[in-house]
Design a protein around this ligand. Sequence first.
Ligand SMILES: *Cc1c(COP(=O)(O)O)cnc(C)c1O
Length: 456
Amino acid sequence: MHTIIEPFRIKSVEPIYFTTRQERIQILKQAHYNPFLIKAKDVVIDLLTDSGTSAMSSEQWAGIMRGDESYAGSDSFFRFQHVVNDITGMPFVIPTHQGRASEKIIFTILGGRGNYVLSNTLFDTTRANVEFSEATGVDLLCEAGRDPALEAPFKGNMDTEALLSFIEEKGAAAISMVMLTLTNNSGGGQPVSMANIREVSSICKQYGVLLFIDACRFAENAYFIKLREAGYETKSVIEIAKEIFSYADGCTMSAKKDAFANIGGFIAVRDEQLTEKCRNLLVITEGFPTYGGLAGRDLEAIAIGLREVMNEDYLKYRIRSIQYIGEKLDVYNIPYIKPTGGHAVYLDAKRFMDHIPVHEYPGLALCSALYVEGGIRGVEIGSVMFGKRAEDGSLISPPMELVRLAIPRRVYTQSHMDYVTEVVAEVYKQRRRYLGYRITHEPPFLRHFTARFEPV
Ligand SMILES: *Cc1c(COP(=O)(O)O)cnc(C)c1O
């Protein structure tokens, strides 16, 4: 079999600026050892996020020129709406400026004190919006999903027994909705099976609970179903996607992920009354219903991107390119969450940097090492991001200390990824040379964005 190649040619390029190891030591110090405070120009390979970092296609750029910037009733809106209608089967489509704006609107309407939002795993902005509405978010991830070393096909699945007993215990009236995150971002980009979606849907129907899909990576999830679930081998990704959405009452989406757009999002729903309520909020916070916080050109780019992402040559390359990184790491027995997911590789920093105690942030130490040795920027997902303080000021750690290397769509080539794995392997070989960190400055909310550190 031949190498699975990038299914695109490059028409326009951006330079990468190189720095020396000595320069990077200085840059990191000036950034107070927080990767979010490093200037993008000072990064060689930027794996901070796959959000809004995709390379758009020539068709999307052509769409940018075609964008109709009319305030009301723009042609671009109708093209966008048509595509979303077609994929989701949902008649009402509400554009927003990004995923969290969709979440803010939905949970302002459906959240609220005393209510619960149940999920396989709520993404952090989703959870923040649920909690901001004073509802409670509850993650009911299947058991396999909680074991980082276990190889299983659908580690993003919801625990349906836990779902049933939760609804029985609290009563269906207290459940705002069930939201399935596809793929499960916080859980390593792990997919959810069609069988699980179907079962969750039938429980929701039985109790009259709404089912929403956080559709940010619906195409990557659909492709995993095609690869891994019996009965879907010969179905097309669009057919699989349509089936996924057929089980849901609505969805929220960030177009910065599986729509190859640099900004944008939407809500799609079946219910007309809910649409009314969403649009009432939309005009206050986002904009008129036919643009919702976006320019006409953005709506065009999203409409085109949503079609492109379902191209199976693209998805084959996409999923394979992430798996490829995993295989290279396996050569050195480097610990990461298995199997690799759809959009990122999650290094297991607790095992990688097993000489650094959790309260000295092994994930941050790994991020720093990757930056110093190779100019690679990843993000810590562990005690810096999710750690809480006990009454006595001591750290309460989350269960895992991870470093996420998120792969932007259509941006880097195989040789970039070879370079990344070489640097990770080098850092792994000399891992005992790296020290832990302490916090010197800590903001009250979302501290990982602006906190400052120093080596211990
Ligand atoms: C990125 C993301 C969001 C939020 O979208 P933004 O466009 O960043 O506001 C919500 N859910 C998931 C699963 C995501 O990955």
